[in-house]
Ligand binder design. Structure first.
Ligand code: NDP
Ligand code: 8X3
Length: 253
């Protein structure tokens, strides 16, 4: 039977690459994000390239009511989700704790932490009743090490680490796997979002070395979901070869 994967944040970067990779593996895919035009284009691309079905769902994961309503009212044939990829997330700015912007802090917490919880809460009951499922949480090196001016973003990713461990314990009796994948630097729209569209500043983040791509992360996700039922990757830190820690890079500049 064709498996179903739900990917949050499929309009860009890692989520977009995961949608393409899992469609190539013949998953039917639920793609989500706030940008409806991008979701429509991705649906068309995937359905043209592969014999799969794609359900685009446009909603903001910070909006609890919209998230609940959308996921509670999934069409019948999309209800039994096999793989949930909690990917949607963002960093906003870099500031010391005394200078941080409260709106930016709230948006990071609402998206990376509360949004992930809202989605997980809606999807796990059906996994539990089926006695199977796989949740992939996209954490970060920022959830392993705190770096200067990363405070709140790092805190949200430390929270994803804690929640991944907690989910694994709570869902253990139901055969549901929980995998946390923590990338280092991945060249996506992440830094453009972090620096509010300042492309020059965003490009600098990836200068002088070869960062990961969304496809690199998607390949690891596909490997993790393709493992036999009795095998799980609990936690995986994936770095560009040129990156040793959150802040130490081998750059040729
Ligand atoms: P992108 O900015 O390229 O993609 C982020 C995705 O998240 C977009 O599809 C965006 O969709 C979605 N998103 C953001 N906010 C919301 C929201 N409120 N509601 C619904 N969807 C939302 O960044 P990445 O692909 O790099 O980021 C994906 C994940 O990977 C994030 O959790 C990030 O923290 C993590 N990560 C990234 C790393 C990197 O270096 N790039 C390294 C480690 C982890 P839309 O705007 O259409 O809503
Ligand atoms: C994204 C990577 O180092 O910018 O999570 O926090 S980093």
């Amino acid at each position: 039977m064709t498996k179903i994967a739900l990917i949050t944040g499929a309009t860009s970067g890692i989520g977009n690459a995961c949608a393409k990779r899992l469609a190539a593996e013949s998953y039917n895919i639920i793609i989500t994000g706030r940008r409806a035009d991008r979701l429509r284009m991705l649906q068309e691309e995937l359905e043209n390239m592969h014999p799969v079905q794609v359900l685009p769902l446009t909603f903001d994961i910070c909006d609890r009511k919209a998230t609940e309503e959308t996921l509670l009212n999934l069409p019948e044939k999309w209800k039994n989700i096999d793989v949930l990829i909690n990917n949607a997330g963002l960093a906003l700015n870099l500031n010391t704790i005394d200078e941080g912007n409260l709106d930016e802090w709230e948006q990071m917490i609402d998206t990376n932490l509360k949004g992930l919880l809202y989605v997980t809460r809606m999807v796990t009951p059906s996994m539990k009743s089926l006695g199977r499922g796989h949740i992939i949480n996209i954490g970060s090196i920022a959830g392993r090490e705190v770096y200067p001016k990363g405070n709140v973003y790092c805190a949200t990713k430390y929270a994803v680490d804690a929640l991944s461990k907690a989910m694994r314990i709570d869902l253990l009796p139901y055969g549901i796997k929980v995998t946390q994948i923590c990338p280092g630097a991945v060249e996506t729209e992440f830094s453009q979002v972090r620096f509010a569209g300042n492309k020059e500043r965003a490009i600098k983040v990836y200068e002088g070395y070869k960062p990961l791509t969304g496809e690199d992360v998607a390949n690891v996700v596909a490997f993790a979901v393709g493992l036999p039922a009795h095998v799980n990757i609990n936690d995986l830190l994936l770095m560009p070869t040129a990156q040793a820690t959150a802040t130490i890079f081998d750059k040729n500049i």
